[in-house]
Design a protein around this ligand. Sequence first.
Ligand SMILES: [Zn+2]
Length: 540
Amino acid sequence: MRVPVHSASRSLVYTAVAILVANAGSASAGTQTVVTLGFDDATAAQFQVGAMVASRGLNATFFVNSGRVGTSGHLTWDQIATLQAQGHEIAGHTVNHVKLTTVSPDEQRRQICDDRAALLSRNFPAVSFAYPFAAVDASIESIVRACGYSSARGHGGHIPNPDSTCSGQCTWAEKIPPVDAFNTRSPSSILSTWTLADLQAMVTGAEQNGGGWIQLTFHKICNACDTYSTSPELLAAFLDWLPPRAAGGTVVRTVAAVIQGGAPPVVIPPPPPPPPPPPPISAGNLLKNPSLESDANGDGVPDCWQRTGYGSNSYTWTRTTDAHSGGFAQRVQITAISSGDRKLVPLKDLASCAPAATPGKRYVATAWYKSTTPVRFAGYTRSTSGSWSWWAQSSEFPAVSTWTQVRWTTPAVPAGVNGISVGLSIRQLGSMTVDDQELLDPSASAGTAVAAGGNSAGTGASVQTASALAEIVSREPFLGEEDGENEDDEAAFAEATAFAEATTPAAGTGCTSGGADPVSLALMALALASRARARRRIRE
Ligand SMILES: [Zn+2]
């Protein structure tokens, strides 16, 4: 068994934080400590976790995205049923793992309520929820409650972890019952760099400071395959360490057991379905925000679009003013790559952003781009149950130094599909800037697709360019992506970094305020350096 050596610098951070928080004097000894083992995103390797946890007489909570179940790299419904039969809790995590603060209220309700309805319909009595990326606000909390959940997990940055001090409303553990059941406080997602001692320290930190609830969030179970992975050996060692602590009052419980105090879960039936999606645009450009101008929350990602990709590569995204029309375009640069790609596609949601599509139809995608490396269109389909899957790609278009429009006619939309998402990708070292995209239904556009596409900046010359390139249409098989699209690394990364943003300084709870005193500043510097190291290690 290989268990990573505890990093000296992170140990120092944690120990020093412990001293600071302990000195603040909020401890009240003798209270029980409850640990929840949470596993997010239903990734395939989590199936082995079920037996590992159950064989030690413990239960875990699995937060499932119903729209990913059965897709490449994820658990199947049969496997999730096995997990439940082993005594584990099956909980909700939205249909498509969208960042809820970036989508419309209707889409929030679809993502939360439809996910829970999908779980209930398969006899998983989902009562607990976790926010993807820990992104939550008061109105989203109320939607989670209205969808019938009894609790929801946030991160919040309130509980110190091996890579970060806390700030604002700091505490060693969530209270039981929690202060806000619809935004429960927990340490941020577990990093691949965290050691057995790091995991233990979060539990003993609570034990030594009045007890309470420590919800741990694991993602992939593998050997350093991701920023947020945990090795099976490390998990096993931690699971071996937990049961003997029951003698001292530390126990492992599912979220539902903590929230409902051990009583049989009260399962609220699903609410009526959210409002139907708006009628799809049937002619002209089917895309929302096609010129990438709108960015309501100012996060650099245009509304209704998604920066995505898979594989092992380093990259940076920029909202650039080097635009084909309007004020903004999107630029991605790959600075190191051993596999995978990076791309900008319409947000893969349930209705608000991704265009509706009709089986049997072929669609025409166009985009303006310039690049230092070849580009190609990549496309996804959404099933009637809300699952997004890899679909098809175009052949390569060459690197061009001036704005050029390309177009691609997709294959016919398969049966059982009601939405598609198509955008440009790169898969080699270099950069791509993209702007002014279209998705057209030629049967509705009467053969004048590009000219009628609403692209006001399109000139006669550019349409000719597009016509010439229209011959470069490909339905060649996708190149070597055996395990399917995988955005979990990005998802998890944002999930854990979101905690710092979500921190809201409030009335103190007997914890250091993280102000300008030299010790706090030194701790913060150590923590930031440690986190930077962790990021570099994974991205190399
Ligand atoms: Zn997640």
